[in-house]
Design a binder for this molecule. Sequence first.
Ligand code: FPP
Length: 241
Amino acid sequence: MNNLSLLPKHIAIIMDGNGRWAEERGKSRAEGHAQGVNTLRSTLKLCREFGIDYLTAYAFSTENWKRPQAEVEALMSLLLEYLKIETETLYQEKVQLRVIGNTALLPEPIQQALHTSIKRLAIAEHKQVLTLALSYGGRDEIVRATKAISRDILASKLTPDEITEDLFTSYLDNADIPDPDLLIRTAGELRLSNFLLWQLSYAELYATDVYWPDFSRDELQKALTNYQGRIRKFGNIQKNT
Ligand code: FPP
């Protein structure tokens, strides 16, 4: 890493490879996810250290509901435990918590715990924003936004001609935070997997073979150094600094 001013403001992460990490060690997939939570904790801290204000983590996708019930339950209990254990630490560290996704599908205790944590962490003078994507799908988010816009048109609050990119964005789950500058995906896959389809339009993409539980300070630094070597043009011809 060289010039700190070229660091991304917002990183989005697809935390892939928990299962393979566990299988290679003869552990259960749940243990892989538990280790994944530790990596999320350390990555959030590292981002704070580097002055990266926004971190959005793909913790549970709309497609993940299709996994075996035991795995879905393991992920839900990890989430519950994370919210219970971590909320006060996040409060001390001035981290605001947000959630994106179709949260109405989450089990009731999770919805309640999220509500409590988000309320506690609605810190006005926050230093960092952690967004958890839960029961999240990019297409689902776009469909939900489209439905909300349609309802507003039917209620005569809006006309079709008033729909612009900015207006559409304002109907998305995390409308008031900047789009991610960098998407990191671990475990060697080169797919978006329905993550932030609208918001990642101009993001730089970075993939590493490292499994998410092994994603360390070194690995984050490699991703940031790689990002610093990119020329962001946003369709234009000039170098963006
Ligand atoms: C992908 O690995 C990872 C997930 C489906 C879940 C990611 C979730 C966490 C890291 C923890 C949840 C977060 C909180 C805050 C509780 P995979 O299972 O698809 O791995 P594989 O491709 O190697 O099988």
